[in-house]
Design a binder for this molecule. Structure first.
Ligand code: SF4
Length: 394
């Protein structure tokens, strides 16, 4: 039998055999990234989690912090997850963490709700560590409708590797996902040998540097491959040599090597473009990269600048209500003064400002400033956090 070749996917990644379904949807930006908890029993030195998420029991749907702070998900928090999936026209979800198995009931409940809302074809995959796997837990996930499970074993510790076999009892797609870690080539090959006959696919990720407490790679001497990338120098070469190893051995499972560039330049960009089309106001311009360019009118005490995000996040419910009522008042005044028509001004209840067209904000800047408002032209992500790329006060 001829051995398949390693092929460029066209998405800054390589494959040996076809891509797993979870990856096919992900590269098109069609997957909701559902971060179900930051809790994890492990302390991997290459952990990519941010300080806001690592070991914190928080739930994010893409960039949207649902506000979950313990217990079971409220109806409002669940609706946030479903809403974000709708805003991105998601065709599936990747449930990640932390380790979703540490909050199994929550994970099962959300998978059920996603399937109920979007139908059986809504493809759900999940990442977990073999350490927390039992047959009973897997059965709950399978019954909830999970389509694809991806194990992340430690390459240097084989004690729990055989738990991956428990997943074979269920009719779903089973894979392993690991980073290509320099210095661990032999251990990784040993794992690869072990996986033959046990899994359908292997995903190898480019090792990522992160400026976080959890990620120890920089202090351990790992280096970025260039100034623009957070991929570790040498990780790609190792990943490709591991793919070649699988090919030469003639192993039966498929392999996908996924780069940092794929995540940023393909997956994230596609997801952003999908969301931009759904959240843009009629007066916004959408750039090629999916950014929103718009006019914004800020209250002087809540203008972007030093400490802006922290200030926004720390507002109490009552304070937000008060600011929203001030914004409504400002909007009504601007309409009353015939500066804008009613449909030309939108109250942004997340960033607590008014939105309008760039043209009108530019034209009316002097009058807006005269009544104590702060007009600006902004370019920002269409994600829930509306991260600013550029703010130009007028
Ligand atoms: S990389 Fe994954 S398994 Fe390892 S500590 Fe981070 S969240 Fe846990």
């Amino acid at each position: 039998m001829t051995k398949p070749n390693i092929r460029d996917t066209g998405y800054y990644s390589y494959r040996l055999g076809s891509l797993p379904k979870g990856c096919k949807l992900c590269v098109r930006g069609e997957k909701l990234v559902l971060f179900i908890t930051g809790l994890c029993n492990r302390d991997c030195f290459y952990c990519p989690l941010s300080d806001e998420k690592k070991n914190r029991d928080v739930v994010y749907a893409n960039e949207w912090n649902t506000g979950f702070s313990g217990g079971t998900l409220t109806e409002e928090e669940t609706n946030t997850i479903l809403k974000e999936a709708r805003l991105c026209d998601a065709k599936g979800a990747g449930v990640t963490g932390g380790d979703p198995l540490l909050v199994l009931d929550r994970t099962v409940e959300v998978i059920r709700k996603l399937k109920k809302e979007f139908g059986e074809d809504f493809h759900v995959h999940l990442y977990t560590t073999p350490e927390n796997v039992t047959e009973e837990r897997l059965e709950k996930l399978f019954k909830a409708g999970l389509d694809e499970i991806r194990f992340h074993p430690l390459v240097w510790d084989d004690r729990c590797w055989d738990r991956i076999d428990l997943a074979k009892k269920f009719n779903w797609s089973v894979g392993v996902e690991i980073p290509a870690i320099l210095g661990y080539e032999e251990q990784t090959k040993k794992l690869i040998d072990f996986l033959e006959g046990r899994i359908g696919f292997l995903n190898i990720n480019e090792l990522e540097l992160a400026d976080t407490k959890a990620n120890k790679l920089l202090e351990m001497g790992y280096k970025a491959k260039n100034d623009e990338s957070y991929g570790v120098s040498g990780s790609e070469e190792l990943a490709l040599s591991l793919m070649e190893y699988v090919r030469e051995k003639g192993y039966s499972f498929r392999v996908h090597y996924c780069t940092c560039r794929l995540k940023d330049a393909v997956q994230m960009k596609q997801r952003i473009l999908r969301r931009a089309g759904n959240v843009a106001q009629k007066f916004d311009k959408i750039t090629e990269d999916g950014m929103l360019v718009r006019g914004a009118i800020y209250l002087p005490e809540l203008k972007p600048g030093f400490g802006y995000r922290k200030k926004l996040m720390e507002l109490s419910r009552d304070e937000r209500e008060k600011i929203l009522s001030d914004l409504m008042e400002a909007k009504n005044r601007l309409i009353w003064d015939r500066m804008f028509r009613g449909d030309e001004l939108v109250v942004d209840d997340f960033k607590l400002r008014l939105l309008a067209s760039r043209r009108s904000v530019k034209k009316l800047r002097k009058r807006l400033k005269k009544i104590g408002l702060a007009p600006a032209l902004v370019e920002e992500y269409p994600t829930r956090d509306s991260l600013e790329v550029d703010v130009e006060f007028l």
